[in-house]
Ligand binder design. Structure first.
Ligand SMILES: Cc1ncc(COP(=O)(O)O)c(C=O)c1O
Length: 460
């Protein structure tokens, strides 16, 4: 056994490098959200920029940015060097001390957030950020209920999974008491029978107001929502929705929490999603894109009002690795790269000049494409079996044979060298923000070809 490379090849068998790597994984690694025996693993040996490759040199363009976190792509030389430099200086320090890398990371993050959110509580990832934002809201308001949307994902820890509005929550039920769900806007599949975005906005806000009334405004600590819903469909809110939620929260003394874990730091062509709508939440959760996941980091941006609650009152939460120097050094360097290279502007431009026009063309050309929607470098291709009824290419939460048509589309993308993000009946396009135009076009050509596989399932 070699400590660096894992098990030595069994000389009695003829295992390929990929098979060896998969066997080593299967021996001891337990994977997220999976039946361990049923997963098929691709062993990744390396990556650079928007590409990664397996142990045998097969390469893919990463149209998923791993889990929509790798905004700066693999092995950005400045990121690698910043982590190396911090490791040489100070690898770790308890959160009870002041540390200049941590202070600088917090300052830079706050400098790009809406005014009035000046403090940062650091966590190790997105779920912990949500967990702590909810804790802050409950203590600040003295209320216990949390309202969140169906078709949302907020993380897999207790309060975060309770807030989550999709099937990943079900196995964790019963969850935290006081978790209440409502429907957000989704014009393509309106819960409210709307026929325009404007109508959807109005009806979704009226629905939320009803839920607040029925639950008792004085019992509700916060409304938490993804600024643009990520995994559950790249649902861009209609104009006026977020401002309407803000106004509703203000009327009832409810805090507004924007979960920007997936969309913060450039994904939508802005530092934060809320920038697109000029809304200032009370708390913003972030993770992923803050440092592209080079070292795990998340956090909560805290409004002056909420921060004031904890000026004299101890905050009842903490983490051994809150504000870990290696993670903060990666955040500092990432933000500087964003500033130096205009990464947000680049994402916005690629979205409007390449992604939107090319995907709109696919919508016109492929009967299986019901709708494309998105913002910046984040788009969904919603696939349907029947364009007239909008029946999904696969049913909601499909598994096994029911999910096969999506499996075929994903396989067709992978065969053409593109690693897509797929969820239910959607392909979601989320490339690293540093992807070259040539790579982006090449990847979109492959997706375009792969959609022919979906077209074959269209009826009517
Ligand atoms: C909007 C949102 N919130 C929270 C999370 C949870 O983040 P993590 O997986 O880092 O705990 C995710 C993860 O995808 C997310 O998309």
């Amino acid at each position: 056994m070699n400590a660096r490379t894992g098990p030595e090849p069994d000389t009695n068998t003829e295992m390929s490098p990929n098979e060896l790597a998969v066997a080593a994984d299967r021996a001891h690694v337990f994977h997220s959200w999976s039946a361990q025996q049923l997963i098929s693993l691709v062993p990744v040996a390396g990556g650079e920029g928007a590409e990664f490759w397996d142990e045998e040199g097969n390469r893919w363009l990463d149209f998923s940015s791993q889990l929509v976190n790798l905004n700066l792509g693999h092995q950005h030389p400045r990121m690698v060097e910043a982590i190396r430099a911090q490791a040489g200086e100070l690898c770790t320090i308890a959160p009870t001390f002041a540390n200049r890398t941590r202070s600088l990371a917090a300052q830079l993050i706050a400098s790009h957030a809406p005014a009035g959110l000046e403090k940062v509580f650091f966590t190790n990832g997105g779920a912990e950020a949500v967990e702590n934002a909810i804790r802050m809201a409950k203590v600040h308001t003295g209320r216990h209920k949390i309202l969140s949307a169906y078709r949302s994902y907020h993380g897999a820890t207790a309060a975060a999974i309770a807030a989550t509005g999709e099937p990943r929550r079900w196995a964790s039920e019963p969850t935290v008491s006081g978790s209440v769900h409502f429907f957000g806007p989704y014009p393509y599949r309106s819960e409210f029978g709307s026929s325009t975005h404007e109508e959807e906005c109005r009806r979704a806000l009226a629905h939320l107001e009803s839920v607040v009334s029925m639950e008792g405004p004085g019992t509700i600590a916060a409304v938490i929502l993804e600024t643009v819903v990520g995994t559950n469909g790249v649902l861009v809110p209609p104009e006026g929705y977020l401002a309407g939620v803000r106004a509703l929260c203000d009327r009832h003394g409810i805090l507004m929490i924007s979960d920007e874990v997936m969309v913060g730091f450039g994904r939508l062509g802005a530092w934060f999603g809320v920038d697109h709508w000029g809304v200032r939440p009370d708390l913003i959760t972030f993770a992923k894109g803050v440092n592209s996941g080079y070292v795990p980091l998340g956090g909560v941006l805290i409004s002056d009002d909420v921060a004031a609650t904890f000026a004299e009152l101890p905050y009842p939460g903490g983490l051994t690795y809150s504000g870990h120097p290696l993670a903060c050094a990666a955040a500092v360097e990432s933000i500087r790269i964003f500033e130096d290279d205009g990464i947000c502007e680049r994402a916005a431009r690629l979205g409007e000049e390449v992604l939107r026009p090319r995907l709109t063309e696919m919508e016109r050309n492929h009967p299986s494409v019901g709708e494309v929607r998105g913002l910046g470098c984040f788009f969904a291709i919603e696939l349907v079996r029947d364009p007239a009824t909008r029946e999904g290419l696969v049913p909601f939460n499909a598994a096994g044979a029911d999910a096969a048509p999506m499996g075929e589309v994903v396989a067709a993308c992978r065969q053409r060298g593109v690693w897509p993000f797929a969820h239910f009946n959607r392909l979601q396009i989320a490339p690293p923000l540093i992807i070259s135009e040539e790579q982006l076009h090449r990847g979109l050509d492959a997706v375009d070809e792969a959609l022919a596989v979906a077209d074959r399932h269209v009826v009517g």
